[in-house]
Design a protein around this ligand. Structure first.
Ligand SMILES: [Ca+2]
Ligand SMILES: [Ca+2]
Ligand SMILES: [Ca+2]
Ligand SMILES: [Ca+2]
Length: 316
């Protein structure tokens, strides 16, 4: 309190001198003008004295106030949130997507779902090499065919390639001079050459690479790479490096249905595996007539003995 009193007297003295000078009033009339000063700030605790001049303003910290926790906006569960809810059968979030076992694509073109052509023949039996030619039934003059093929008796999966046509069939016109160089890249380990048309023209060179180097006239050339795994994901890129005497290219799959390809562009065939979830949060299932990852066939039913077994794992 001693400090307060002393400071107060000092301020009073200053004010009195100012009033005398300006108002020229007698000492008795002196009125002490109020001193402008900042309002006293409640600092939330007792400082013990009021100094009455500028000083740091203390902030009322007060006591902490519990703010109500505002719940997030109500967001109903949806397909793609990664949580299985409601009528969803699965939900892998951003990984929801196509479940098709095989897709075919070329640069700059949308990929399409494909399925293998199934016959109860080995790849070599299907290729039916004779008189320097293949006899798959898909040969034609000036035409090359990439065939995704499965031996329905064994389930062995193959990539077959044929170009040209056997002149000994007696059909016109005849296949003229032709030359082809193709590379298969990314072929999984364990696959091997099942047919080469003429010996040694198609061969594996290691590292998942197979090379076809063919020249032919009045017959076919091509070959078959068999033993692609069903239980692994893979992506085979077929490069057409050199092509002469062949003008058109196509893909042959399920039931022999052709799909046109651009002749010189890479052909990419992809195989999926795994426990996948569709964009609509439905699981792929056997019997829905879509060949999904993990299935070898799907004929749209759960009956066996009709070409595709009840579990979609065998042709029967
Ligand atoms: Ca969901
Ligand atoms: Ca040949
Ligand atoms: Ca299916
Ligand atoms: Ca069936």
């Amino acid at each position: 309190m001693r400090a307060s009193i002393l400071l107060g007297l000092l301020f009073v003295g200053c004010g009195a001198r100012t009033a005398l000078t300006e108002g020229d009033a007698g000492v008795d009339d002196v009125s002490i003008a109020p001193i402008d000063r900042p309002p006293t700030v409640e600092v939330g605790f007792d400082v013990g004295f009021d100094v009455g001049f500028d000083r740091p303003v203390a902030v009322d910290l007060g006591t902490p106030v519990d703010r109500p926790i505002v719940p997030p906006p109500d967001r109903p569960a949806f397909c793609g949130d990664g949580v299985v809810g409601g009528a969803e059968e699965c939900d892998r979030g951003a990984d929801n997507g196509p479940t098709d076992a095989f897709t075919l694509s070329q640069p700059g073109r949308p990929s399409v779902v494909v399925r293998p052509l199934a016959r109860p023949l080995s790849a070599a039996g299907f290729y039916a090499y004779e008189s320097a030619s293949a006899h798959t039934g898909f040969e034609d003059v000036g035409l090359a065919s990439h065939i995704l093929y499965v031996d329905a008796a064994t389930g062995t999966l193959s990539l077959v390639y044929v170009a040209g046509r056997d002149g000994d069939l007696g059909l016109a016109p005849l296949q003229g001079d032709a030359a082809l160089q193709l590379n298969w890249l990314g072929v999984p380990a364990g696959a091997s050459v099942a047919a080469s048309d003429d010996e040694g023209e198609l061969r594996g060179v290691g590292g998942g690479r197979f090379e076809g180097r063919w020249s032919f006239n009045n017959n076919t050339d091509g070959g078959a790479i068999q033993g692609l795994p069903w239980d692994q994901a893979w992506r085979v890129v077929v490069q057409t490096v050199r092509v002469e005497g062949i003008a058109r290219s196509r893909f042959i799959g399920f039931n022999g249905a052709p799909a046109a390809l651009t002749l010189r562009d890479d052909v990419v065939i992809t195989h999926r595996v795994g426990d996948l979830c569709r964009e609509d949060c439905r699981r792929p299932r056997c019997g829905d007539n879509r060949l999904d990852a993990g299935e070898r066939c799907d004929d749209g039913n759960l009956a066996g003995g009709d070409g595709c077994a009840a579990d979609c794992q065998r042709f029967n």
